[in-house]
Design a protein around this ligand. Structure first.
Ligand code: PAF
Length: 300
């Protein structure tokens, strides 16, 4: 099976590196220079003290023709519209697309894609892009995937063939799968970014933990969670398991990049609006992050 990976950030490099043991992989990069560097060096995967090299073909995204059997889209949610625009102009439509964005803001963009099998997924791995062709795998987890629309045989086939040390679990209900991860990201990512701390500190520092529980309470009310205590336990468990990690949003802020706050908190604020519910804390947290984003961050 030929597999395309769109985006060569930490998750794109991680996926390409692992699945290239089984599939013929082409990774599509934003710049020609990154494609050149990957073609020259392969992808280096660092796990603790061990470094493994995999040889993967790399091309700039402008050369993507959608010819692979299965394509994994790993770009951030705010870069998705560019990829979706490109799909409209491909002479051959891709057959199967798996989207791995945080949050749920991308679902309404996916509604617009017709005639392609669409899948969504959540990634629990901790990964850090060290340079254009090196990624360190510093938190082992799994990937959950589910069908969004179309025929799911290709997804099933893909998930059963991936290497055992890089598991992909097929879930029944895409909405519940994304919502569970959304809750985790909505609490951990913005708070670690505002307090500028690693994930573990949100439960180790009793004052930060009070903010965490208040924010969680508001989210639970807006999303009408049936068993909020289970979700809170999950959030705390992930803080513990990834205690030494810096969240992806904190890394974005530190690198002066845009964040996924619109896909995460923006989505929940829209839900609050639809249900005419107040969300004062969520709004404050949302604007704190927007204010830290580059460029247009300060404009109203
Ligand atoms: O976005 C992230 O950083 C991760 O999804 C998580 C689970 C919050 C761990 O850092």
């Amino acid at each position: 099976m030929k597999v395309g990976v769109i985006g060569a950030g930490s998750i794109g490099l991680l996926f390409a590196s692992y699945i290239s043991k089984i599939f013929e992989v082409t990774i599509y990069t934003r710049t020609e220079d990154q494609a050149y560097q990957i073609n020259e060096n392969g992808i280096l995967l660092r796990k603790k003290a061990i470094i493994k090299q995999s040889s993967v073909k790399a091309l700039p995204i402008s050369s993507w023709k959608g010819i692979e059997d299965f394509t994994i889209v790993t770009v951030k949610q705010y870069q998705l519209s560019t990829v979706l625009e490109q799909i409209k102009h491909l002479s051959k439509r891709p057959k199967n697309l798996l989207f791995l964005q945080n949050g749920m803001g991308h679902l309404k963009l996916l509604e617009e894609i017709k005639g392609i099998n669409l899948f969504v997924g959540t990634v629990e791995h901790g990964a850090l892009k060290e340079n254009a062709y090196t990624v360190s795998h510093n938190g082992e987890g799994a990937t959950n995937v589910a069908i969004f629309r179309g025929d799911f045989s290709c997804l099933q086939n893909f998930a059963t063939k991936v290497p055992a040390d890089f598991p992909i679990h097929v879930q029944e209900d895409y909405y519940l799968m994304l919502r569970n991860k959304l809750i985790v990201n909505a609490v951990i990512n913005p708070l670690t970014s505002i307090f500028q701390v690693k994930n573990g500190e949100l439960i180790q520092n009793k004052y930060f933990f009070r903010v965490l529980t208040s924010l969680f309470g508001e989210i639970s009310f807006i999303l009408n969670l049936d068993h909020p205590e289970e979700h809170l336990r999950q959030v705390m468990g992930i803080c513990k398991k990834t205690a030494e990690n810096r969240s992806s949003m904190l890394k974005d802020i530190e690198a002066n990049r845009l964040t996924e706050v619109d896909a995460i908190l923006g989505f929940i604020l829209e839900e609050a609006d639809k249900q005419e519910k107040q969300a004062p804390l969520l709004e404050i947290v949302y604007y704190c992050i927007k204010g830290k984003e580059p460029a247009k961050g300060g404009e109203l």
